[in-house]
Write a protein that binds this ligand. Structure first.
Ligand code: BGC
Length: 779
């Protein structure tokens, strides 16, 4: 960072901005280059450097191309979000964040462009490797931890991509068309949590439109919700090239356009202010936010470097904690170092450890699994065969590689086969067409297993793959995702039991692509993608449809076993306190990820059968047991109420399930919560059911109708004619309950007028308002 002499002593951002011309202010709100903001030397404002992110620092050398096609300066490549999400470990992510922040600071980076916390709506999204989960609580808790870590080093985070960037197809134009409840409860919930809990210095808007409007110029999103409702006080920047109309964007709450527009859009801002189309105070505010960001960054000290070994070790620890043991039939794992081992698969010596695109890190070093296995089993017991080629080869060559590997497997005590997605199949910028592993890899596995049934599969993939064949063939399967630069060693740590696996799936592994929630609505057409599955994203969908899955959300095995007991539930003003005892009933130390799900048997709104509302990690020695407490936040229990356009906690019984996955529920109970008081004023459009549900209105209206019935001349007293009689006939009432009361009273023969009913409803509304809040019935 360049620091002009005049930068100190620090003046308030408002004072600095007050000293600038309109041109200077406009200049300040867009980039100078691909990665820097503009310096305004006269005003003592230095430029600052922003770089990707999210799982390492991608600082390019001076003069390098901007798209990252050439190498950036070496930095630790930590496991990408797809892996970190499976750790379910906020403390670990905070440490990873702090290490990222430290490296960024050492490289003079003011803002690290991450984390990305978009929801994994479809397994096809090409960028799922950069996101944490299909669940908003996991995304929010872990995203907040990363932000806290990065910012603990005086470096800003940039929470991205805000919002609803859930596919790469047509990402710069497509409109994500989402109903209010899924938007709030699924797609914005994680962002809300990170903003309110961790206060990121910056938020990066996404490329796409949201319900028709580009997020880069969406006043509701960038200002009403982000700042107004959530209290965000940082800076909003554009994704690189996401600005559609700079003036609209600025007015909507977009403070900084990135990268540079070489002054073209700055001139549009100046003209808009001069022409009176843009209030200068809006520009002042954006410029002020840039100055605040620069000042924040300037307060940071720049360390001389960072401890590469320590960060590599942390990358190894994080990778080990992120690996998910999907299957372990016959306890094939952990392996014994004394057994001879055939290490098979190109990924064992050419690791697939991160995804392609803007997040590509140039690692400080790169561990190969085959070397790490040699470290455990010894050179003389470890044998390697590539098994398949990473580039296209003739069928005869593919067969040769396969047969050679199978022969090797037949000669050793155990085989470990590294399968996965080749790099070119998944990347930022495009989505996948299917969730299949390359067929030659499955053929290889078939041949290896035929030669040696004691076969373990290790997977390297950024997006979920279909695993039917793999789990049928191999007794043991490790989901390694993309594990960063130390992943090779971390895999060996897990294979040999140095690390007891504790990763849990942060996304469901389906049986087939056709079963996935967004299957019929992905990636949309003619510029629109309709989120037709609504709230039913990920496990919420499979559970609601009662569909079998390959491995459920939250699943992950250990080399030990855990028992759950003594569930206690207590409703408290700020949520539900869940208590239980977890015991390690196996023979080695291990970590359990206890998950708390809630559901509602009775609700006035649609709800998934169960939703994750809390989780906790428990480290237990063999034979140890411990009491665990998990707090479910009241905010997380609330749903978005369309009638009042706000979060509402529905009162009543909450079903609480505690388990080791969304489909491995070990304890269940119920607790009654006091809900929020939501009462819509009754009107002639209220249904008969709604009117009768209100005690005061029910008494008034039924009384008036009964009286009208009684007042009729004798000859017209047939029960079928009197509305009062209808109100006391359960069968008729059931049929009429959804009819607006105003329509019903217009029928002939009711004996009351609309005006009379309106008067009674007004009276009931007034009675309700006069009741003190404490005496009101809870919703
Ligand atoms: C990506 C962002 C990234 C930016 C800068 C964009 O294409 O969507 O995630 O931070 O480029 O590289």
């Amino acid at each position: 960072m360049t620091r002009p002499e005049s930068a100190s002593p620090e003046r308030s951002a408002a004072e600095v901005v007050a000293s600038l011309t309109v041109e200077q202010k406009a200049a300040l709100t867009s980039g100078a280059t691909f990665w820097t903001t503009k310096a305004i030397e006269d005003a003592g404002i230095p430029q600052i450097l922003l770089t990707d992110g999210p799982h390492g620092v991608r600082k390019q050398r001076a003069g390098a191309d901007n798209l990252g096609l050439t190498e950036s300066i070496p930095a630790t490549c930590f496991p990408p979000a797809v892996a970190l999400g499976s750790s379910f470990d906020p403390a670990l992510l905070e440490r990873v964040g702090a290490a990222l922040g430290e490296e960024a600071a050492a490289l003079g980076v003011a803002v690290l462009l991450g984390p990305g916390i978009n929801i994994k709506r479809s397994p096809l999204c090409g960028r799922n490797f950069e996101y944490l989960s299909e669940d908003p609580v996991v995304s929010g808790v872990l995203g907040a931890a990363l932000v806290r870590g990065v910012q603990s080093q005086g470096v800003g985070a940039s929470l991205k991509h805000f919002a609803a960037n859930n596919q790469e197809a047509d990402r710069m134009r497509v409109s994500a068309d989402i109903d209010p409840r899924p938007l709030r409860e699924i797609y914005l919930r994680g962002f809300q949590r990170v903003v309110t809990e961790a206060a990121p210095w910056t938020v990066m808007c996404s490329y796409n439109r949201l319900n028709g409007v580009f997020t880069s110029e969406h006043p509701w999103l960038l200002t009403d919700v982000l700042r107004g409702e959530w209290g965000f006080d940082g800076l909003v920047m554009s994704d690189w090239g996401a600005v559609n109309d700079r003036v609209e964007g600025l007015a909507a709450g977009l403070d900084l356009e990135m990268p540079s527009s070489e002054g073209r859009t700055d001139a549009q801002i100046v003209a808009a202010v001069r022409d009176g189309d843009l209030d200068e105070r809006v520009l002042d505010q954006a410029a002020e936010r840039v100055v605040v960001l620069v000042q924040r960054a300037e307060r940071r000290s720049t360390p001389d470097g960072f401890d590469e070994q320590a960060h590599h070790d942390l990358a190894r620890e994080a990778a080990g904690r992120s690996i998910v043991l999907l299957q372990n039939d016959g306890d094939l794992l952990p392996l014994s170092p004394g057994s001879s081992v055939a290490v098979i698969g190109a990924f064992a010596d050419t690791p697939r450890y991160q995804g392609a695109g803007s997040s590509l890190i140039n690692p400080t070093r790169l561990d190969r699994a085959v070397d790490a296995i040699v470290g455990y089993a010894g050179q003389d017991r470890t044998f390697f065969a590539a098994g398949f080629a990473l580039t296209a080869v003739e069928p005869s060559e593919a067969a040769r590689l396969r047969d050679e590997a199978a022969q090797l497997a037949g000669s050793t005590e155990v085989a470990v086969v590294f399968l996965g997605l080749p790099a070119e199949l998944e990347s930022e910028g495009f989505d996948r067409n299917d969730i299949e592993l390359p067929p030659q890899q499955v053929e290889l596995l078939r041949a290896v297993v035929a030669a040696n049934p004691r076969t373990v599969v290790v997977l390297s993939n950024g997006g979920v793959v279909r695993l039917g064949d793999v789990v049928d063939l191999a007794p043991a399967v490790l989901e390694g995702w993309l594990l960063g630069q130390a992943g090779g060693t971390a895999v060996a740590d897990v294979l040999y039991g140095e690390v007891n696996p504790s990763g849990r799936l942060a996304e469901t592994i389906p049986l087939r692509l056709q079963d996935t929630p967004a299957h019929l609505d992905f990636p949309g057409e003619h510029g629109h993608v309709r989120y037709g599955e609504g709230l039913f994203v990920g496990y919420r969908w499979y559970d609601a449809r009662d569909l079998p899955v390959q491995f459920p959300f939250g699943h992950g095995l250990s080399y030990t076993t855990f028992d759950y007991g003594n569930l206690t539930l207590a409703a408290e003003p700020d949520g539900i306190r869940v208590g239980l005892t977890v015991a390690n009933t196996g023979g080695r130390a291990g970590r359990e990820v206890v998950q708390v799900y809630t559901g509602r048997a009775h609700s006035s709104v649609a709800r998934p059968p169960r939703e994750l509302k809390g989780f906790a990690l428990v480290d237990l020695a063999a034979g140890e047991s411990r009491e665990v407490e998990i707090q479910v936040r009241r905010d997380d229990l609330a749903h978005w109420d369309l009638r009042v356009d706000r979060w509402v906690l529905e009162g009543g019984d909450v079903a609480v399930e505690v388990g080791a996955s969304s489909r491995d529920v070990r304890l269940a109970g119920s607790v009654t919560v006091v809900g929020d008081d939501v009462r819509m004023p009754l009107t002639l459009d209220s249904s008969i059911g709604e009117v009768l549900a209100d005690p005061a209105a029910a008494a008034l209206v039924t009384g008036a109708l009964a009286q009208a019935d009684g007042d009729r001349p004798e000859g017209r007293r047939a029960a079928s004619e009197g509305a009062g009689a209808m109100f006391s006939d359960p069968a008729l009432l059931k049929m009429m309950a959804s009819a607006p009361i105003g329509r019903m009273v217009s029928f002939p023969g009711t004996g009351v007028t609309k005006e009379q009913v309106q008067g009674l409803l007004d009276q009931a509304n007034a009675e309700y308002e006069a009741t003190s809040a404490d005496d009101r019935p809870a919703s």
